[in-house]
Design a protein around this ligand. Structure first.
Ligand SMILES: Cc1cc2nc3c(=O)[nH]c(=O)nc-3n(C[C@H](O)[C@H](O)[C@H](O)COP(=O)(O)O)c2cc1C
Length: 200
């Protein structure tokens, strides 16, 4: 029974293209494995509290934690445990203003924990999470693939690699704001990428 962790991060709700592609992929994958379980974190619908000095202090191991800090550490531990217990991870990566949604950034802030998901050694940083397949479903209005403006994807790939999740795959939906034809082409191309991930 495959356990799939799904992280959605669009703020567009039912209009989300990354969300649409993820839902299609899950439906397809359920046909192949009816026993699969899916744990969904919809960060757009239920955002996490942004990282601030108080929460950072809690993650840094402050001796005495107040209620808010304790809640943040518990949540962070839960988010890390969700990654650890999943067989596969699917993450929606919309591009907003050349970056990732702030909601996804905050999730990354909660799963990057010194001594828990990464550590520094004399040889440099070392990711502590067990490697497993991750699909990044990226959605962009324009065309950015393999250019200097492909910053949203680069950011997520870098952070995930940093904590040990290096088995990364990408379903690329681009040109979604460039007219109906381009949008359809972009979605269809991402569907092909997603099917390849399922088949792997
Ligand atoms: C606030 C906002 C900012 C955006 N900024 C960009 C951008 O910088 N570059 C781009 O190519 N598309 C941009 N877009 C278009 C989105 O990438 C596109 O709508 C994509 O489908 C978003 O994914 P989602 O539908 O899953 O939320 C932006 C959209 C929004 C709502």
């Amino acid at each position: 029974m495959a356990k799939i962790l799904v992280i959605k991060s669009s703020i567009l709700g039912s209009y989300s293209s990354s969300g649409l592609l993820i839902d299609e992929l899950l439906a397809e994958s359920a046909k192949q494995d009816s026993s699969q379980t899916v744990l969904l974190r919809d960060l757009g619908a239920q955002p996490l509290a942004q990282l601030d000095a108080e929460i950072l202090g809690a993650f840094g191991g402050a001796a005495e934690l107040n209620e808010r800090q304790q809640a943040a550490v518990t949540l962070s531990n839960d988010l890390v445990a969700e990654i650890q217990s999943a067989d596969r991870i699917i993450i929606g990566v919309p591009m907003y203003n050349f970056g990732i949604p702030t909601q996804l950034k905050t999730w990354l802030d909660y799963i990057c924990r010194a001594g828990v998901t990464f550590r520094y050694t004399e040889q440099g940083p070392e990711g502590l999470l067990a490697n497993k397949p991750v699909l990044l479903v990226t959605a962009t209005g324009g065309m950015h693939r393999n250019t200097a403006t492909d910053l949203a994807l680069a950011h997520v790939k870098t952070v995930l690699g940093f904590v040990g999740l290096a088995d990364q795959h990408v379903a690329y939906a681009e040109g979604l704001g460039m007219g109906d034809e381009a949008r359809q082409k972009g979605l269809d191309a991402a569907r092909v990428d997603a099917r390849e991930f399922l088949a792997a």
